[in-house]
Design a binder for this molecule. Sequence first.
Ligand code: DC
Length: 221
Amino acid sequence: MSRRLIIAIDGPSGAGKGTIAKAVAAELGYRHVDSGALYRAVGWKAVRDAVPLTDEAAIHDLAERSRIAVEGSTVRIDDVDVSRAIRTPEIDRAATAIARLPRVREVLVARLRSLAFDGGVVMEGRDIGTVVFPHADVKVYLDADEDERARRRAHDPAHSGSATLAEVTSALSERDRSDRTRQASPLYAAPDALVIDTTGLPIADVVRDVLERIQARVATA
Ligand code: DC
């Protein structure tokens, strides 16, 4: 493979984006970027600094002034390692709230684009194939039944908290509703995305389907 591609993977929480994006990136020798980590880092800092999560101007300024670095599973904001601190129920809600703000998204979308200036990236999120990289070489949209997505999230060791499965399901459903219905860059599948329902599917099968789509794209390029 000569030209280094941009691969966009979108979908709701618990659809398998992280697992699949990581595996595909490792297979191709590409960089994996979890775009949600940027929204989480900004949400974390807003909570820490007691900035109201609906104050668009203040959160925009906070985002613009922040240095955010995402390397593998390590996330830093202004040199503070927040890798674990951003995966709590409180920051789930904060990230979803600030992700509704168009001016905050503008800042983060520009940062995400600059991470892929020379390709070779598998980026996962909600608007990667629709807004961040509408001309991505390959777009994938992963989905799964809500019950299965909640079960996966409840068993994900990266996420802390002692919530019951019912609490996880209700919080996930509320965040999804916000992500899908917000005015600014709502979650939906790009018309040219490969849509995969991962419910009950082994990870290896999904990775294989995505790699096949990438190979097919390279063959016709
Ligand atoms: O993928 P995640 O759960 O870490 O994302 C956290 C929040 O940020 C979630 O509400 C969706 C939002 N988000 C977004 O709006 N756009 C992205 N590209 C990535 C995440």
